[in-house]
Design a protein around this ligand. Structure first.
Ligand SMILES: Cc1cc2nc3c(=O)[nH]c(=O)nc-3n(C[C@H](O)[C@H](O)[C@H](O)COP(=O)(O)O)c2cc1C
Length: 355
């Protein structure tokens, strides 16, 4: 039976004005409450963090989860397209979750944020605005990380969305745009002035995309400058790194992105380390294969047989470094059906058990 939430929920209430003092703003208090519950979050990743995977990560102890980034322009033109429906679907285990929107038109962003809240009045915790996407076709249009080059426009987008919804509005941005840019602190202050309830900072510039080491110092500087909660992102690849970022930057929460690929255990490990100072053993080969099988079954239930193609990268992440992984990867890439993929993974499990 489908276990995913979809479109068609009843209409929501209207919006309320935000308090002038960020510290007293009920929306800021709400984000603090969400982050305090569990401070290692699953970062949004387009093409990776679909609802089934978010549900798995939540079960392993992830704090807040987010949808993949959704285009406000796309929603405006095709609000009921299969893509829009999938992107806005949620796993029941992750409620309440964040919806991430991207776009640079304040009116369209506000309209689409309000439309989403009208459809999902009881499940969406917050609206996050993507100001970090580095992809040329997004950033060159002034959207995503492109908004870091036009802070006034970014502030207009935030103010419009804040006025349109009654849930917290947050932004996720980078250290800066160009290779030498370090504009995150002033950008963050401008976003706070515009009414955001929290910010997430990825410690790389747009020019870096995902290369090089993330600068955690910029996260610490943004945290020191702001009143609203700050979420750190960049190189949270292990439970130890999650704890280290919290300790070293003083930020309120951290996000795991690539560290969660094929590795939902990172959240369980991070919770054990942060809450009890305990280092858990890594998942066994058996657990990793069984998780790949579970993930595949859930993704196929969510999006049909074609999910087998989208599972290829996930399987590669799950089995990375295991004996015979490259050979299995080749076979996975040739799989045409879920039954075939599941059989292959079961045979691989039996092979490993015999080693
Ligand atoms: C495949 C992929 C897709 C991503 N998609 C998004 C996205 O939709 N929205 C967003 O804000 N960030 C996105 N990011 C950025 C991550 O959320 C995160 O900030 C970044 O990867 C740094 O964290 P890491 O070094 O731990 O991977 C994406 C990253 C990756 C690797």
């Amino acid at each position: 039976m489908p276990t995913f939430g979809g479109i068609g929920a009843p209409a929501s209430s209207g919006c309320t004005a935000c308090a002038a003092d960020a510290g007293a703003d009920p929306r800021v208090a709400r984000v603090r409450e969400l982050l305090a519950a569990k401070n290692v979050l699953l970062a949004p990743m387009a093409g990776v963090t679909e609802a089934p995977f978010r549900g798995i990560c939540k079960r392993f102890g992830a704090g807040l989860t987010y949808t993949e980034m959704v285009s406000a322009t796309g929603l405006h033109h095709s609000p009921d397209s299969p893509t829009a429906r999938k992107l806005l679907s949620y796993h029941p285990a992750e409620v309440p979750y964040g919806v991430q929107l991207f776009g640079a038109d304040p009116t369209m962003m506000a309209e689409q944020a309000a439309a989403i809240l009208a459809r999902y009045p009881d499940t969406v915790a917050l609206v996050d605005i993507n100001m970090g996407c580095p992809v040329a076709k997004v950033a060159n249009k002034g959207e995503g990380a492109g908004l870091m080059r036009t802070p006034e426009r970014a502030a207009e987008v935030v103010a419009a969305v804040v006025a349109a919804v009654d849930v917290p509005v947050t932004v996720k941005f980078r250290k800066g745009f160009g290779p030498e840019d370090d504009t995150a602190v002033e950008f963050a202050l401008a976003m706070e002035d515009a009414g955001v309830a929290a910010v997430a900072v990825h410690g790389r510039t747009r020019a870096q995309f995902y290369h090089g080491e993330a600068d955690w110092d910029v996260i610490a500087r943004v945290k020191a400058a702001l009143t609203v909660p700050v979420i750190g992102s960049g190189d949270v690849l292990t439970a130890a790194a999650a704890k280290a970022m919290l300790d070293e930057t003083g930020c309120d929460a951290v996000m795991a992105a690539r560290g969660a690929q094929g590795n939902p255990w990172i959240f369980r490990e991070a919770r054990a380390l942060i809450d009890h100072g305990e280092t858990l053993p890594p998942p066994t080969w058996y657990e990793r294969i069984e998780m790949a099988r579970e993930h595949a079954a859930a993704l196929v239930e969510f999006s049909g047989e074609r999910a087998v193609v989208r599972m290829r990268k996930h399987v590669a992440w799950y089995i990375h470094g295991m004996p015979g992984a490259s050979h299995v990867r080749e076979k996975v890439n040739a799989c045409r059906s879920h039954a075939e993929l599941d059989r292959l993974l079961t045979e691989y499990r039996a092979y490993l058990e015999g080693l």
